[in-house]
Design a protein around this ligand. Structure first.
Ligand code: FA5
Length: 413
């Protein structure tokens, strides 16, 4: 093939003769119609997988690629086998595997390319070489499958390693939510009174003037109304309740003439000058017991029991006279300061006492409004402020923290 310098496509310059062109690389190649063919004695070249391959013109005018020996093909096959095996070990992903398959086992791959020369062998040689080729194909296919499995396994391993959890590492701390201090205090209160047989009764937060004042013995113009000045709605006669006491009338009107033992928790609203101990929205828990032989002693017993359970056994208590239009007599109950044990501190304003509740015996007129005959029935009522109790119990110095949504306040308790 000396002298062959360049070629393009299937045009192959050959030193023996000429340039020829074939449309096929089959064992017997046919010159394309219209292309001048060479004399029958000439050698012809065509590209077989990029390699100029020698052919011989036959008497019929076609070209026989007949100078390849069995050894040549077997050698080529073994060469391909070695190369394919080496390349396969370097394939690490499905794209490389795909490329490898096309290169060696595909329809236009090297193995098929070599087998196209089979026809140039003597008929009895073809099966022998065919068997070698087939064995190589089977070997390569088996190695391909093994390699694919190894790649898949490695990918799985890598994923498992990436997603694995090191159980020996210390865990990340979970930030757990907490109940608001007022909610916790309310729940403590519910438990204590539930044990004393009190049920929870809920009444409206938006009240009529009648329930908020009149049924509590505060007719229009009564001076005591000033103590509970409030937010008035644009609907005449409707107010945001200033205390939970209007719930007394709702409960009495529902249950009269049956005996009652209820607590009435909920939010109340006041037009207040807000400061460290005064909010304009805060909680109250009202208590009401109505029956035939209820006395002031019952009130004292219930409140003492509550104080001991809420703030610890052995609390000292004192009752001061007070005034509420809806109780007679009226009192305020103080307990010894839980912060300083009665010695005096800023929380109790150095008095040694903390105000716990306003209370008293239900006024006969209120009983009447509620549907009870005061000659037959008596009762006690009390009203407490859980927010202020929470301040004292948890040593918090400002009630405004409760609604400023600063979570650090919750962390402190
Ligand atoms: C009353 O509201 C009466 N209704 C209580 C009552 C009920 C007396 C039944 C007799 C019989 P007073 O205004 O004192 O009472 O409020 C009761 C409690 O609510 C107080 O002891 C205090 O703990 C709490 N409290 C009052 N004002 C505020 C405020 N602005 N901010 C937070 N807590 C308050």
């Amino acid at each position: 093939m000396g002298g062959t310098t360049e070629y393009a496509g299937n045009f192959v310059p050959g030193d023996e003769c000429v340039v020829s062109f074939f449309d096929s690389i089959d064992t017997v190649a046919t010159p394309l119609v219209g292309v001048p063919s060479c004399p029958s004695t000439s050698a012809y070249y065509m590209l077989v997988d990029g390699t100029p391959t020698r052919g011989v013109a036959t008497e019929e005018g076609s070209i026989h690629m007949g100078n390849t020996t069995r050894e040549d093909i077997v050698q080529q096959l073994e060469q391909v086998l070695r190369e394919a095996q080496a390349t396969l070990t370097r394939a690490n992903n499905s794209e490389q595997i795909q490329a490898w398959h096309s290169e060696y086992l595909g329809r236009k791959g090297q193995l098929t390319g070599i087998l196209r020369n089979l026809g140039s062998l003597a008929p009895e040689e073809r099966p022998q070489v065919g068997k070698v080729a087939n064995d190589i194909k089977v070997t390569l296919e088996a190695e391909l499958q093994a390699r694919q499995e190894a790649i898949a396994h490695a990918a799985l391993e890598a994923m498992r390693r990436a997603e694995s959890v090191d159980v020996t590492l210390p865990g990340r701390p979970q930030t757990l939510g907490k109940l608001h201090i007022t909610t916790r205090t309310l729940r403590d209160i519910y438990m204590i009174f539930a044990e004393m047989g009190f049920q929870i009764y809920e009444s409206p937060e938006v009240e009529t003037d009648e329930y908020n004042f009149q049924l509590l013995n505060m007719p229009p113009g009564h001076p005591a109304r000033d103590m509970w000045d409030t937010f008035y709605t644009t609907t005449p006669g409707l107010v945001l309740r200033t205390h939970t006491s209007p719930g007394q009338a709702w409960a009495m009107r529902q249950y009269a003439p049956e005996p009652i033992r209820v607590i009435l928790p909920g939010k109340v609203y006041r037009y207040e000058a807000v400061d460290a101990s005064h909010e304009s929205m805060f909680y109250q828990v009202e208590g009401l017991a109505i029956g035939k032989h209820i006395t002031f002693s019952d009130l004292k017993g219930v409140l003492m029991n509550f104080a001991n359970q809420m703030f610890g056994q052995g609390r000292q208590a004192r009752f001061r006279k007070s005034y509420f239009p809806f109780t007679e007599p009226s009192v305020e109950m103080d307990i010894d300061c839980i912060i300083c044990n009665g010695k005096g501190c800023p929380v109790c304003k150095n008095t040694g006492w903390l105000e716990l509740v306003g209370a008293g015996m239900v006024h006969p007129r209120v009983l009447e409004y509620g549907g009870y005959d005061p000659a037959e029935f008596s009762g006690f009522a009390f009203g407490m402020g859980p927010d202020r109790m929470a301040l004292q119990k948890y040593g918090i110095d400002d009630i405004r923290y409760f609604f400023t949504n600063d979570a650090r306040m919750l962390e402190r308790v």
